[in-house]
Ligand binder design. Sequence first.
Ligand code: CMX
Length: 136
Amino acid sequence: MIKKVHHIGIAVNNLKESVALFEKLLGVKAHIEEAPCQRVTEAVFQVGEGIEIDLLEPMGPDSAVAKFLEKRGEGLHHIALEVDDIDAVLKEMEEKGVRLIDKEGREGVAGKIAFLHPKSVNGVLVELVQPREGGR
Ligand code: CMX
């Protein structure tokens, strides 16, 4: 059902400063991408075999990441798990009693995405990702 960890999302206040820090830490360059659908600018680091670390800076105060930063400060925001069939996985999760934020996959930067509520996953926001053909 779950193929691998797709990425780890970290909320940051200042993308430029955090990119410089993580480039030193990881020894790889970031790819910067706008994700208006999520109201964030992302710095994507490919680490190891196909796993990403994404730094997330809010585009404005209406972003979920802005709310998170205000409430909890910088740090781990979500983990994303790669799946083949997002709608089937969501159905199965719901049957297992997991609270869904999204009832079905919606378009994201990497493909179809959906979120599981942190209140039903031990306080961790979980994203499911079904990468699009040729996507990352
Ligand atoms: N990880 C863990 N807990 C989180 C969280 C996160 N990322 N975001 C919010 N929470 C917690 C809050 O601390 C709060 O807990 P308490 O009630 O104990 O204080 C609770 O969840 C409710 O949070 P809230 O601040 O009242 O915010 P909302 O209910 O309005 O929204 C959430 C919370 C998770 C439903 C919303 O942020 C959401 O839909 N997130 C999914 C989309 C998203 O985060 N997109 C960002 C970019 C993703 C990407 O680029 O990949």
